[in-house]
Design a protein around this ligand. Structure first.
Ligand code: NI
Length: 171
């Protein structure tokens, strides 16, 4: 197993839309295992394929964030088929968005259809924290970061901060 590099904003790959997984083969299983290791190592609650430079629709998450991995879930080709209500995700952050957190408006509950890593269809009903995690990760598969869901002013301030930081790193 290998730890993968996590792409960070402003990497252009993060704007890509993931393509549906068609072949569930050994190479895909290896990518999934590497994503799982990379997520726990980060440590993070979720990781989407786009974040590691792979454009197949895969996400892994563990909202309980514990190392015994009881709540670890792998989803292929996840689709939100129903979203209800509104909530505010407090202080949301992302492994691909360094040095920044923000409140983000999210749906309160979701129904998701996907495949598990063996290709078996699964349906997930999620609310509260899990619904937020899933919206964040599925956004990644559609090329969307949480900073795309905050006010333009806040986003501009963050962009300026990152530009300045990148310039400093060049020196
Ligand atoms: Ni993220």
């Amino acid at each position: 197993m290998a730890l993968l590099d996590i792409l960070t904003y402003p990497d252009k790959f993060l704007k890509k839309t993931a393509k549906p997984v068609v072949n569930i083969d050994g190479a895909l299983q290896k990518t999934i295992d590497d994503m799982i290791e990379t997520m726990y190592n980060a440590p993070g609650i979720g990781l989407a394929s786009i974040q590691i430079g792979c454009d197949k629709s895969v996400l892994v998450y563990d909202p309980s964030y514990d190392q015994d991995r009881n709540s670890l879930t792998v989803l292929l080709n996840p689709k939100i088929i129903e979203a209800c209500g509104e909530t505010v995700s407090e202080n949301e952050g992302c492994l691909s968005v360094l040095d920044f957190r923000s409140d983000v408006k999210r749906s309160a509950s979701l129904i998701i259809e996907a495949l598990d890593r063996e290709g078996k269809p699964v349906k997930i009903e999620a609310e509260e924290y899990l619904a937020i995690v899933l919206q964040h990760e599925i956004d990644h598969l559609n090329g969307i970061l949480f900073i795309d869901r905050i006010s333009a002013l806040k986003r501009e301030l963050y962009k300026r901060h990152i530009k300045k930081k990148l310039k400093q790193d060049e020196k």
